[in-house]
Design a binder for this molecule. Structure first.
Ligand code: GLU
Length: 489
């Protein structure tokens, strides 16, 4: 224990590459990052790709990209390198084979050749007789030659660990001690028939060789942590500190899944969220900072995060709350930050908004204060930058704003006056106000018909900003189009 306290903390995130980073994985990565940063330790990123059936090669780059977007940088591992590489398990097969060899030689592991059908039959028989099933350890362990023969016969040759005949206890810093009685431990597989190690073996070998001394991961791994303890003991490895994070549920109390909307980090990026809002929100999935405070910048998280304040209770993924965090973060961000984030957002989408024109984007951002996500900004503004004949007129807006009352007449009268004015927000404001006084009309009765005429809808930035973004020529073309559609319709 004393030694452990003296040691510098080394944490890791060890995802299996199956796609973009899930928010659950992002939380595990974030907490490991925070624990390491806070302790002046090291945070490592390792790719656990020994399950070839679920493998997606492109996922590795995606996970790295998602982590970097969130601002979670790793000190050692895939893409950045370090003294303990390679950091991809599929490139470390020789290492796992060496450890397996040792276990086989010492009689701590053994070969098994059962086919899937044989295992099913064993399972059924045993369940009928005893109500349960545990793989029956053979009296005598097969040697290399027998294994070779079995392989030649086309049988699946796996290696199983021989569990100890004693209870195994693991001590989790959040969930406490968990004991698996000797009678409930099964000799589980540590090398599969395809020659790849199972997750259990590769995971403990790498944690040991890479110097990881603090394992923080999702609660879904808690039930099988004893298996890693068994392997560590058999291999003479050190026990790391263990900390499991509570499950993340959706608003119906079910395990978070795509059913309820997007759950991967990239989808939130594409949906127009700021990474700092997502990170703040994710940090609260299982961590209770105490008091009323909920808002933390990434730097404040490094300061304030405490593993002692992690909850055992399931966390709830509340999308409304995330949206409100994002709305607040957008309102609080400085313009340079917003500009960079908006450009990132636009780079992922095809919109007519000119993503290279910084001055224009700054004006658009100012005109769109109060948005919840960048998707709101695009919804509000893209029509202003698209072709004049491509947008549709919303029939409801037309009925309410143009057909009821004097909307069309107002447009017809305003058109020549707009054609004759200077095109600045001030000049436009003066023109519309003078027109209102002359006709005894409130501003809404002037601005709304104009807005519908030039955007097709009742949602856009202020009327002056809308008209300035459009420019005189496009404004006049659109008013003409609107009036023409009325005569045609
Ligand atoms: N490779 C595991 C996963 O996909 C990680 C397990 C661990 O963190 O120990 O989540």
């Amino acid at each position: 224990m004393t030694k452990r306290i003296m040691e510098t903390i080394k944490t890791r995130f060890a995802p299996s590459p199956t796609g973009h980073l899930h928010v659950g994985g992002a939380r595990t990565a974030l907490f490991n990052f925070l624990i390491a940063r806070q302790a002046g330790g090291t945070f490592l990123l390792r790719i656990e790709d020994t399950d070839r059936s679920r493998h997606d090669e492109s996922a590795i780059a995606k996970i790295c990209e998602d982590l970097r977007w969130l601002g979670i940088e790793w000190d050692e591992g895939i893409e950045v390198g370090g003294p303990n590489g390679p950091y991809r398990q599929s490139e470390r097969l020789d290492i796992y084979r060496r450890y397996l060899r040792r276990l086989l030689d010492e009689g701590r592991a053994y070969y098994a050749f059962d086919t899937a059908e044989e295992l099913d039959a064993m399972r059924e028989r045993s369940r009928a007789e005893t109500g349960g099933f545990r793989y029956p350890r053979p009296e005598r362990f097969a040697g290399e030659e027998e294994a070779e023969r079995a392989r030649a016969e086309g049988r699946p040759v796996v290696a199983r660990i021989r569990c100890p005949d004693t209870d195994v206890t693991v001590a989790d810093e959040s969930f406490g001690e968990i004991t698996i009685p000797a009678g409930e431990q099964e000799d589980f597989i540590i090398q599969k028939a395809d020659g790849y190690p199972t997750f259990y073996l590769a995971n403990v070998v790498d944690d040991e060789l890479m110097g990881v001394n603090f394992v923080c991961r999702g609660q879904e791994f808690l039930d099988q942590t004893w298996r890693q303890a068994v392997l560590r003991e058999a291999l003479g490895f050190r026990e790391p500190r263990l900390l499991h994070l509570p499950l993340i549920m959706d608003r119906h109390g079910r395990k978070l899944s795509k059913r309820d909307g997007d759950v991967d980090v990239h989808a939130f990026r594409r949906a127009g969220y700021l990474p700092e809002a997502l990170v703040n929100f994710i940090a609260l999935l299982g961590w209770r900072p105490g008091g009323d405070r909920e808002k933390f910048t990434p730097a404040e998280l490094v300061q304030e995060f405490k593993t002692e304040r992690l909850s055992k209770a399931n966390a709830r993924f509340d999308r409304e709350k995330l949206l409100s965090f994002n709305t607040d973060a957008l309102a609080a961000a400085g313009e340079d930050r917003l500009l960079a984030a908006l450009k990132d957002y636009l780079s992922l989408h095809s919109t007519p908004i000119p993503a290279g024109d910084d001055a224009l984007l700054r004006a658009v951002l100012r005109a769109c204060r109060g948005i919840r996500t960048f998707a709101d900004l695009v919804a509000k503004c893209e029509v202003l930058f698209g072709p004049d004949d491509a947008f549709q007129y919303d029939p409801q807006a037309v009925a309410k704003v143009l057909e009821k009352g004097a909307g069309y007449e107002t447009l017809a009268e305003l058109r020549p006056r707009l054609a004759a004015t200077d095109w600045t927000a001030e000049a436009l404001e003066a023109l519309l106000e003078a027109y209102g006084v002359e006709k005894g009309l409130k501003m809404g009765k002037i601005a709304q018909p104009l807005r519908v005429a030039v955007t097709g809808s009742t949602v856009s930035p202020s009327i002056y900003e809308t008209l300035v973004f459009l420019g005189k020529e496009k404004t006049l073309v659109r008013i003409s189009r609107c009036l023409a559609e009325r005569s045609a319709g």
